[in-house]
Design a protein around this ligand. Structure first.
Ligand code: GRF
Length: 185
C-alpha cells in the first residue's frame, strides 16, 4: 500500500527479485491517482489497483475496499509502504500480525505526521526509521527492525529524510522476513 513516490515499494520488489527476500509482491494498492508508486508498478510489471479514499465516505469504507482487494489477491502480508491514511481496526484485525508499517523515526519518538521535521525541531542527534507491526493506535505496535542515522550539523529536511530513506529501503525487506518468520513460529 503506497500513497507517494513508492521508493519503499520498489525496494521490496527489488529484494524479492534478488531473492534476498523470499516473497513476491503480488499487488500494489495506491490511493492517489498518478502517484509515483503507481508509475513504478507499471514500470516493474506489478499489478496495481487504485482505491481512492476520496471515493469513500469514511475510513471504514476505505478499509473495507482495501480488504476486499487484498483478499482477492490472496496476500499473506500487507505492507504500508508510505500509506498516508490512518487505518481502522477493521484492517488491523483482518491482518493480525500481518500488517507492517514503515515510519521515519526511532519509535516511540516522533509518531504521526512529519517525523523528520519533528526530529529536526527537537534537535536530536540521532534519528532513523522503524518497521513495526500495526496496531489500532497510530505508529504503535511491536517494532520489527530499526535503523539509526546521525543528524548532522547543517542537515535540512531534505538531507535528513534522504539519509533515513536509504535505511528504510534496507530494513523494510528485513521486517517482512521477520514478520513471516514470527508467523511461522
Ligand atoms: C517514507 O519515508 C515512510 O517512512 C513514510 O512515507 C515515506 C514513503 O516514501 N511513511 P516512499 O513513497 O516509499 O518513497
Amino acid at each position: 500500500m503506497a500513497s507517494g513516490t513508492g521508493s519503499n515499494f520498489e525496494a521490496l520488489v527489488a529484494a524479492c527479485r534478488r531473492r534476498t527476500l523470499q516473497a513476491e509482491v503480488v499487488l500494489l494498492v495506491v490511493n492517489n491517482p498518478g502517484c509515483g508508486a503507481q508509475e513504478r508498478a507499471a514500470r516493474l510489471g506489478v499489478p496495481c489497483q487504485l482505491i481512492n479514499h476520496r471515493d469513500h465516505p469514511s475510513r471504514e469504507s476505505l478499509d473495507g475496499a482495501l480488504i476486499a482487494a487484498l483478499q482477492q489477491a490472496r496476500v499473506d502480508l500487507v505492507v504500508m509502504a508510505g500509506w498516508m491514511r490512518i487505518v481502522t481496526p477493521l484492517l488491523v484485525e483482518a491482518y493480525p500480525d500481518r500488517l507492517i508499517n514503515i515510519h521515519p523515526s526511532l519509535l516511540p519518538s516522533f509518531r504521526g505526521l512529519d517525523a523528520v521535521g519533528q526530529a529536526l525541531a527537537a534537535g536530536v542527534q540521532l534519528s532513523g526509521c522503524s518497521a513495526h507491526l500495526v496496531r489500532a493506535e497510530v505508529d504503535a505496535g511491536p517494532v520489527l527492525v530499526q535503523a539509526a542515522v546521525p543528524v548532522l550539523a547543517g542537515d535540512d529536511h531534505t538531507s535528513l529524510a534522504a539519509r533515513i530513506q536509504r535505511q528504510e529501503h534496507r530494513i523494510l525487506p528485513l521486517a517482512v522476513a521477520l514478520a513471516a518468520a514470527r508467523l511461522a513460529s
